[in-house]
Design a binder for this molecule. Sequence first.
Ligand code: TXA
Ligand code: MG
Length: 368
Amino acid sequence: MQILQPDEQSITKAARALSEGLLVAFPTETVYGLGANANDMAALQRLYAAKGRPENHPVIVHISGPDKLKDWAATVPRAAQLLADELWPGPLTLILPKAPHVLMQVTGGQNTVGLRVPNHPAALALIKQFNGGIAAPSANKFGKLSPTCALDIVTGFAADEIAYVIDGGICEVGIESTIVDFAGEQPRILRPGMILPEQIEKIIRSTGSTLEIARGKHSNFATATGTSTAQQAIRAPGMLASHYAPVTPLKVVSADKLHDCVTNLLKERHSVCVLAFAAPLEAAGELLGHWIKAPFDATIYARELYGNLRRLDANHCDAIVVESVPETEEWSGVADRLRRAAYRDPNELSSGGGRSGGTDGDATIKQH
Ligand code: TXA
Ligand code: MG
């Protein structure tokens, strides 16, 4: 693994490595991707092996512009074309019927393909220089937190798993792209992100399409479609209940329960660290680890989310407690990632706040 600065020479080197079937991690505006030649079966196998990801899970193909849609999709509905024209490059992935040549290893055996044009100069330069589609999941081991800087990849993979990491600094958006699925009768959101439903609706309104989306307090994107959990898991593994997770058990609690939850965990002799809008507890004692005061702005919160969770994880506390975020549309991507980061065996942690469970101390704190 070699870290490259995103200059012309490095981009050429990295593009050549992709052509040779090697893996290259590169920055996008959302999170870093782990790239492979989307037309090279052996490279895709290498990609799945490095990620530790089951092979029936599809990966997104990164392309250079909306004009390349027809190279990968069998049909492009007008609403999808409008979204691509308006929002690309940007944090939006479109799921479309695949063109015949698209490999099974890309689609996870499905008849659809995920396509995206990332809004990062290094990513765009790499795709153009490579002159093809780059299949790239987030550059993390399966189920773990996505990387938002080059160092996250260096620490997440063995040196021989990746040829190059292009260092493009910290990702602007910070959480993965919004995924809109065009495989059904109406477009629907498979994964919420920082491109919001209202933005999408506005763009596709003229086509007469209606966006399917679960809204409101208990909105659950994983079950919004009416398909079974198992089917859904294969369609979009980013929607598995347990995903984007730190190693430390994480609980999300509402503002009114935050202080009680932290105090009780401390009383039970659990070490705790916190991500909250609220100010730190005073005089909490040595078991209280790092307390990150979160910004009350969805854009900044999202940008810092994975970095903050990594920082808290590195505290090696018994628990991470996160104050819940507003239930409005602009926070839906963040809320979704927190929900998945919090997925745990319900018996792992005690002290209320939405997850009940055992109270017998250390034995109930499991590793994920
Ligand atoms: O922002 C992003 O989307 C980042 C950057 C690197 O582009 N990529 C990313 O990739 O998050 P990954 O593989 O970690 O998540 C991609 C999601 C998965 O949930 C996958 O199942 C879904 O996209 N996906 C890809 N192709 C699909 C398809 N044909 N049908 C349904 N879901 C698909
Ligand atoms: Mg991922």
